[in-house]
Each structure stands twice: as structure tokens, then as C-alpha cells.
Design a protein around this ligand. Structure first.
Ligand code: IFM
Length: 465
């Protein structure tokens, strides 16, 4: 049967996870903010399941990667944990066992026919750096991140040709400094904006280091993974349109513009200045951001952001909050994933593709995460023990159709990675919602391919569906 939707030659059909969500804490020299948070507040995690074992990838990576090959994936992203790779956080000296582990993971990935994509920061700041220096609020931590990145580049760039500096940096800003869903759950808009700036700077400095070391000349490319949540206004009134423009600027363009164009959106700078929450930065740092933009972009897309003009102006909130400028709009009739509480809106795939084509130099990009988290998938197991996750297949097909349309119209997208290959640990949601092509029995750590795993194998083989 021929495809209705065929994707460009060499398209990446892959999947993504991260170190802290899949490896387990075995042999790590340091604790991340999440390891620490679980220690002091286990009840904050669904069913009190913490990050100690997760999906046991540290011990089972060989079998796991063989399963990824079995379901036809040609590329795979994970992250190198700062808390694992680096023994001495001040000098960037690596840990011996971590070198062995990541070398093996990279070699096995390649051996199984997959392009390895390595990310450096996936929410997992070493907690010592928070305690000593206030984490991403500090420029010293920016320097320490660059040392970590340098160590990783030197050790693995002979085989890793695709690097990303950060995964969803906006989530660090929102979760740790605005909306309190990640430790240390600070509420402080001024600090949040400093963190936003510092992470942009850290990314640019790591990119600079990568190029100074010459890894670009060896065919290496470096990018960033951003969670884009396109803002849609309630109506076309000037007020609603303005609300959505500001929401886009704060949540999407505050990382996208510096990463691709080398500068912060002028609207963002104006608003923050006016509100007296602009970051502290130097001209030299702004030049580094300007000169060290990304080679490629990863886009995590899960949900849109529906907004409308603010109903009531609140003047004297204690802290600056982004939603000073808009209200969330509960659109009647929107489709929801009830488990995750996220709207399902596949059309955004097309909108993102066209936005990148028209406003971001049509930079090479890929979908670095897209997926559907579902609770209680056990009830969909058939008599042969296979989880019949047809809802996930439908979800992916709908999203891919819109992505395909964007590509047909000239957007430079080179791949699609789902979240995630094997059910993994999801921060405070732990194992509540499952996303994998491969299911995990947490008690026995057995892994079994779901119906969607067989589906992606066919899609990858046919380069479409
Ligand atoms: O688990 C997360 C991942 O770490 C980042 N993107 C969204 C996923 C699902 O919530």
C-alpha cells in the first residue's frame, strides 16, 4: 500500500527521553534538584515514586536500545546528566564510571542504527549549585555549565554529531520561579527573568565553546530544544490580539529569538523595563548571544495556549507575573487529554512550521517531542498482553498530517521524535501518565512493545503512512 503522506528523504523517525527520567540514580556522584526535592518531600510525587530507579536505563540500556531498533527508530535523544558526568562541579572533571556509561550508550545507539542526539540540561541542575550559588540566578553557574558542556563535547563529539544545550528552558523559569511546580518553587518574577536571561547566555556560551573547540568543523551541529506553545487569541479584537502577542513573546519568543536571531524580542525588553524586572546583563554578554546562534532547532509541541485580554487590571501583585498581560481563555468545545489536562490541537504543528519558515530564516528544525500521556493503560491490554493504544496512533497521525502540510509548503523540518520510547518517569507526575511506544511494568521492570510501537515501525520503514 502506498503512503498518503510521505516525508522528506532521510527523515528522522525517533524518540526522546532524558537521563533523569530513564537512567535511575545508580552511581551518580551528585544529586539534582529533583533528587533532593524527592528526599525532602516524597508526597509531592505521584504515588511517592521518586527518581531512584525510573526505567533502569543505567542497567538495561543494551536491551532497551535493541528494542528501539526493533520498533524501527533511526534516531534517539537522551541527555547527559550534569550530576552524573561531572565529578568536580567547579573544574568540570568527569567521573570515570559516567564516561564508561555514556560511551557505551552512544556506541550502542550507533550500533543499533540510530543517530544519537545528546542534550545537556533537562531540568536537572545539581542541587549543590542551587544551595551555594542560587542556581540559574547566578552567572557563576553559567560558567560551570560551560565547563560541563566542554567536558561532554571533548569526550563524545567524535560520535555525537547533534547536540542540544537545553531542553524546555522556559519550564525551568516557569516551574522554579513563577508557577511553583518544580523545586525550589520560588515565586519571584524578577528572579525568573534573570534566570531566563542567564539560561539564554549559558546556551550561547556553550555553543561558542563548541565552535571554538572545532567540533562544527568535524560535522557537528548544535541546537536547543524549546517547548513552543503557540498563543491563540479568543477573538480578533485588538485587545485579544495584543494579549496573545504578549503571551507568545514571553513564553515562546523569549528563547526562540535569542537562539535563532541572536536577540531578545524588543517587546519583551520594553515590557520588562517598564515593569522594573529586566535582567542584569552586559554588552559583552549580549554580543555573545548575538554571535552564537543555533544550527538547528528542536521543537517540543504538546498544546496551544488560549488567551484573551485581561478582564481586571491587577496593579499591586507582590511579584511580577506574565499573566499580568492576559487571561487564560477556556475555549468552549476544545478537545482535551483528560489525563494530562492539556488541549489536543494538532493544527499547531502546521502553524509552528510556517512560523519557523517565515519568521525564523527557515532554519532546519525537527519535532523533538510530541506525545500523549495516558493514565491506566493497563485496561487497554489485549489477550496477548499487548497494550492497544490506538488513541496514541490517532494522535500521532493527526499531528503528522499537519506537520506534513507544513513541510509540503516549504518548512525545513527534518524529523519527528515522539516522547518517549519507553514509559519513563515524569517529574512530579512520576509514572502516572504513560507516553511510550514500549510499556514498562514498574514492579518487574519488564518492557513490552505496544501497538503504537508496531505502528511507528511501519511508518519509519515506509517513511510515512
Ligand atoms: O516528561 C516531560 C519531558 O521531560 C519534557 N517534555 C514534556 C514531557 C511530558 O510531560
Amino acid at each position: 500500500m502506498s503512503n498518503k503522506y510521505t516525508f522528506p528523504k532521510g527523515f528522522w523517525w525517533g524518540s526522546a527521553t532524558s537521563g533523569p527520567q530513564s537512567e535511575g540514580n545508580f552511581n551518580k556522584p551528585h544529586k539534582s534538584v529533583f533528587d533532593y526535592w524527592y528526599e525532602i518531600e516524597p508526597e509531592a510525587f505521584f504515588n511517592k515514586v521518586g527518581p531512584e530507579v525510573t526505567s533502569n536505563f543505567y542497567n538495561s540500556y543494551k536491551e532497551d536500545l535493541a528494542m528501539l531498533k526493533e520498533i524501527g527508530l533511526n534516531s534517539f535523544r537522551t541527555s547527559i546528566q550534569w550530576t552524573r558526568l561531572i565529578k568536580d562541579l567547579e573544574t568540570g572533571e568527569p567521573d570515570k564510571d559516567a564516561i564508561r556509561f555514556y560511551n557505551d550508550v552512544i556506541d550502542e545507539t550507533i550500533k543499533n542504527g540510530m543517530v544519537p542526539v545528546m542534550n545537556l540540561h533537562h531540568f536537572d541542575l545539581p542541587v549543590e549549585l542551587y544551595d551555594k550559588y542560587s542556581g540559574w540566578e547566578s552567572k557563576h553557574v553559567v560558567e560551570l555549565f560551560v565547563k560541563f558542556a566542554e567536558t561532554a563535547f571533548k569526550l563524545f563529539s567524535d560520535r555525537v554529531k547533534y547536540w542540544t544545550t537545553f531542553n524546555e528552558p522556559m519550564v525551568v523559569v516557569e516551574g522554579q520561579y513563577i508557577y511553583q511546580f518544580h523545586y525550589p518553587k520560588v515565586v519571584d518574577g524578577k528572579k525568573a527573568m534573570q534566570v531566563l536571561y542567564n539560561i539564554n547566555l549559558a546556551s550561547a556560551k556553550a555553543i561558542k565553546k563548541f565552535r571554538e573547540l572545532g567540533f562544527n568543523k568535524e560535522g557537528g551541529q548544535i541546537g536547543i530544544v524549546l517547548n513552543l506553545t503557540p498563543a491563540y487569541p479568543r477573538s480578533n479584537s485588538e485587545e485579544d490580539l495584543n494579549a496573545s502577542k504578549i503571551a507568545d513573546t514571553i513564553f515562546n519568543y523569549s528563547f526562540l529569538d535569542p537562539a535563532v536571531k541572536g536577540e531578545f524580542p524588543s517587546l519583551l525588553v520594553e515590557l520588562l523595563k517598564e515593569d522594573d524586572v529586566l535582567w542584569e546583563g552586559t554588552g559583552e554578554e549580549i554580543d555573545i548571544i548575538k554571535e552564537n546562534t543555533i544550527d538547528f532547532l528542536g521543537v517540543n509541541y504538546y498544546q496551544p495556549r488560549r488567551v484573551m485580554a485581561k478582564k481586571y487590571i491587577v496593579e499591586d501583585e507582590e511579584y511580577w507575573m506574565p499573566h499580568k498581560y492576559f487571561d487564560y481563555y477556556d475555549m468552549p468545545g476544545k478537545r482535551m487529554n483528560p489525563y494530562r489536562g492539556w488541549e489536543i490541537y494538532p493544527q499547531s504543528m502546521y502553524d509552528i512550521a510556517i512560523n519557523i519558515r517565515d519568521n525564523y530564516n527557515n532554519i532546519p528544525w525537527y519535532i523533538s517531542e510530541n506525545g500523549m500521556g495516558v493514565e491506566g493503560e493497563e485496561k487497554y491490554r489485549d489477550e496477548n498482553g499487548e497494550i492497544q493504544d490506538v488513541y496514541r496512533i490517532e494522535f500521532f497521525e493527526e499531528h503528522l498530517q499537519y506537520l506534513h502540510k507544513g513541510i509540503e509548503e516549504g518548512s525545513n523540518c527534518f524529523g519527528f521524535h515522539s516522547w518517549t520510547p519507553i514509559d519513563c518517569w515524569s517529574w512530579s507526575n512520576a509514572y502516572k501518565n504513560r507516553y511510550g511506544y514500549i510499556g514498562l511494568d514498574l514492579e518487574t521492570q519488564t518492557k513490552k512493545i505496544k501497538k503504537s510501537g508496531k505502528w511507528i515501525k511501519e511508518v519509519s520503514k515506509n517513511n510515512g503512512f
